[in-house]
Design a protein around this ligand. Structure first.
Ligand code: MN3
Length: 208
């Protein structure tokens, strides 16, 4: 039996991020949307014979998948699987509200301040037309980059060696129940539950 990709286990309850992210949105997002991406990714990986590869490997080398339908299934569902694992991992009810260690220094170097970075990420998240994500990514040299992408695409797929360490889901399913059309209010709320300690750990893992 090959190892299957699994959803990250939540370290908090669905209601724990209230009032910023409501419990019903969290439950639906995790138990329905993310669960479906994960199930379909596993099926696509098996169909493509890629068992044994990591999600990072698969998403970084989609060009090597010659069958178009297979490549599309891996891209959409693999992105959905990977992106949501990151998203759910970097939120927390604990108030870890500032970057730590090497990440704190890198943010100051690349963006000037955490506030300036948050402004850039907010502009990208709010400005992303339709469904997609805003990202903070890092490479092995410690460089940081912000970007946005449509659908379930992510920086791994660009093949430039940048790994996402912070992702803001701006699909309507991430916020519509509570915030309706007010995406800027959701993005503001996201930063209230963003666990910078986790993001700092992710940064150091990319460097390692
Ligand atoms: Mn989502």
């Amino acid at each position: 039996e090959p190892t299957m990709f699994e959803q990250v286990k939540l370290s908090y309850s669905f209601a724990a991020l209230e009032p910023h992210i409501d419990a019903l949105t969290m439950e639906t997002h995790y138990s329905k949307h993310h669960a479906t991406y994960t199930k379909n990714f596993n099926a696509a990986v098996e169909a493509a014979g890629l068992q044994g590869s990591s999600a990072e490997q698969i998403l970084s080398s989609l060009d090597e998948v010659k069958d178009e339908a297979s490549r599309k299934a891996l891209r959409n569902n693999g992105g959905g699987y990977y992106n949501h694992n990151l998203y759910f991992e970097i939120m927390s009810p604990d108030k870890n509200s500032a970057p730590e260690g090497k990440l704190a220094a890198a943010i100051e170097k690349h963006f000037g301040s955490v506030e300036a970075l948050k402004e850039k990420l907010t502009a990208l998240a709010v400005g992303q037309f339709g469904s997609g994500w805003a990202w903070l990514s890092a490479n092995k040299d410690g460089e940081l980059e912000v970007s946005a992408s449509g659908n379930q695409d992510n920086p791994l797929m660009e093949g430039k060696g940048f790994v996402p360490i912070l992702g803001i889901d701006v699909w309507e399913h991430a916020y519509y129940l509570k915030y309706k059309n007010l995406r800027p209010d959701y993005v503001k709320a996201f930063f209230e539950v963003l666990d910078w300690k986790k993001v700092s750990e992710k940064y150091e893992a990319v460097l390692a």
